[in-house]
Design a protein. Structure first.
Length: 607
């Protein structure tokens, strides 16, 4: 059953075809004698061909009146198919002399169908929005005059958006474009003139129509005009072409733009030799870091990738994602708790991994302060289980992911990771598994970092909360972190600790301010408030104690440290001694033990 809108579309298109054939008949009748029966029977065949193709393409079911590129394609293809059908009919009835009319039929049909649809669009837009006030609409300045700007202007001038935005004009880097127009919108200046143009035109919003703009250039733009007006960006050209354009004020901040340095890129040729064709196991494979390690590993084409994690949903998601990337790699999803030594031994024995990346851990500082026993069970005993079962299975290389909070720790999370480092390093023996560790700073965008929290706070209009305005942290991106882990596994000889050169530490307050500005706001619009340091938090972090530093350097962007291991029995004896302590006493003793280990290293004591 045809609905009213579909029926109207069909009627208007048939009317357009009749008008087109009418023009063709009148024109040809001036030149030659036309057999009316042949001509109008051909018209009927043309209409049937056009309707059949339109039905096949569902072009009559269109909602709305806006004439898109898809509509033009469908109209053209339907007219051409109808013309071919009519040509076949003329051959059958031996009316070949009317072939000359086909070119006119095609031309007039395209003009009439397209023209009438445009007229309908204009009439609809006029009546739909004639009573809509422009009061309260945003005055928009567009930066860029290329393909992306063209897509953007079409969207902004669409009847459904026209009352929301007043286009002030465009600016571009190219001086030769100034004075010209793009889709009727004037190009009123260059990017060097942004400040006076924004002030003169009373611009409410700047929209950046250059999806490929480099991070550094974007930051310069923010510094130049971010204090004057909110800045929005648009999606990629591919998303624009698919109709996913978004002109919302809030913009997700690209993580790499929060760093005051370039992202570190490492040489991966040696890694390819180690990983290609091998079996690799990743613990915590569903977490922020673990999942990114898996994504990076897939590029090196391991024979088998064992995805071990405690949460079934996250393991399912990363398995599904990796399968879509490379279906030739055997992905083995393993649901297991690293506190279950028997299960780990079983997994190691069955799959015999060549390399193990140990990313599973409890990392949330305030939560571990109130759950110290869980930090001990997971971060210390869990790491011990993974490391010992890996060694028993003959794993070639073992990489433990640690944290800068393990250096002179003041909290349970850092202390537990420090003790885990000592356990792992104590397992190194000549000719057996090579154990190493990687120390991270704060990983931007990971589930436990401040970035998702700040993003959420900015999205709801603030305020953004910072525990202490003096607090600084070292930062790295998730891709940097995963690269470092994989690179460490390649370079490890046993006993090393690898640390990325993360530049200078960044104030958390400055990070919050930068995120607000990159999102197109000012700190007047979204304030930053100080809430007070949480239990276990330090004002600043360290990467190495002095005694851990070594002179050998494997990469200009990687520090190398040497961490002495403790005998397992010594650590086990200490842990047994604190089992009966209450939480406060347990925290105090654990932190003292971990801190004193650093002091002993500085004194050069053997273990």
């Amino acid at each position: 059953m045809l609905n009213e809108r579909t029926l109207k579309n069909i009627i208007y298109d048939i009317l357009s075809i009749l008008i087109a054939h009418g023009f063709t008949f009148m024109y040809l009748n001036l030149l030659v004698n036309i057999d009316s029966l042949h001509f109008f029977s051909g018209l009927l065949v043309f209409i049937l061909g056009y309707l059949s193709m339109g039905y096949y393409q569902k072009s009559f079911q269109k909602v709305g009146y806006h004439l898109s590129f898809q509509d033009i394609f469908q109209i053209t293809s339907s007219v051409l198919v109808a013309t071919i059908v009519k040509a076949g009919y003329l051959v059958i009835i031996s009316a070949n002399r009317y072939f000359i009319s086909l070119a006119l039929v095609v031309s007039f049909s395209l003009l009439c169908i397209g023209g009438i649809r445009l007229i309908r669009e204009k009439i609809w837009a006029h009546y739909q929005f004639r009573d809509v006030s422009m009061e309260g609409s945003s005055r928009v300045l567009v930066i860029g005059a290329g393909a992306a700007a063209t897509w953007l202007l079409r969207e902004l001038t669409n009847p459904k958006n026209k009352h929301k935005f007043q286009l002030c004009g465009l600016v571009d880097d190219d001086q030769s474009l100034v004075g010209g127009k793009l889709l009727g919108i004037p190009i009123i200046g260059t990017t060097q003139e942004l400040v006076p143009i924004i002030q003169k035109q009373a611009v409410d919003r700047v929209v950046l129509a250059i999806p490929s703009l480099a991070s550094a250039d974007y930051q310069l733009l923010v510094e130049k005009i971010g204090h004057l007006v909110p800045i929005s960006t648009i999606p990629s050209i591919e998303e624009l072409a698919e109709g996913k354009i978004s002109i919302t004020k809030f913009r997700s901040v690209p993580i790499q733009e929060l760093l005051h340095r370039r992202e570190v890129q490492l040489d991966t040729s040696a890694t390819a030799e180690l990983i290609s064709g091998a079996t690799v196991l990743v613990t915590g494979a569903g977490g922020s870091i673990g999942s990114e390690i898996c994504r990076k590993l897939v590029a090196f084409h391991p024979k088998k990738l064992v995805l071990l994690g405690h949460g079934e949903n996250s393991i399912y998601q990363i398995q599904h994602e990796l399968t879509a990337i490379d279906s030739t790699i055997e992905l083995v999803p393993i649901i297991a708790d690293i506190q279950d030594r028997k299960r780990l031994a079983e997994v190691m024995k069955i799959y015999q991994p060549k390399v193990v990346y140990h990313a599973a851990a409890h990392k949330h500082v305030p939560l571990m302060e109130v759950n110290p026993k869980e930090a001990i069970k997971n971060n210390i005993y869990g790491t011990k289980n993974v490391a010992e079962t890996a060694k028993d299975a003959g794993v070639e290389r073992f990489v433990m992911i640690s944290t800068d909070k393990a250096v002179n720790p003041t909290n349970i999370m850092g202390a537990s990771k420090r003790i885990a480092e000592m356990l792992v390093m104590g397992m190194n023996e000549d000719g057996k598994t090579k154990f190493c560790a990687v120390r991270f700073g704060n990983v931007l965008g990971s589930r436990g970092s401040v970035v998702p929290l700040f993003t959420k706070q900015i999205k709801i209009g603030g305020p953004v909360t910072v525990t202490d305005f003096r607090m600084t942290r070292y930062f790295m991106t998730i891709p940097e972190a995963s690269q470092l882990v994989i690179h460490a596994g390649t370079m490890a000889q046993g006993g090393e600790i690898f640390i990325l050169d993360m530049g200078q530490p960044i104030k958390i307050h400055d990070l919050a301010k930068r995120m607000i500005e990159l999102s197109g706001f000012t700190t007047n619009e979204i304030p930053i408030v100080e809430t007070g340091a949480r239990p276990g938090e330090k004002l600043y972090e360290e990467l190495l104690v002095e005694k851990e530093r070594v002179t050998r350097q494997i990469h200009e962007k990687i520090f190398l440290g040497k961490v002495a291991g403790y005998k397992t029995e010594r650590i086990r004896s200490f842990l047994h001694s604190i089992t009966e302590d209450d939480n406060e006493r347990m925290k105090q003793r654990l932190i003292e033990f971990a801190t004193n280990s650093s002091m002993e290293l500085e004194g050069g004591n053997d273990t």
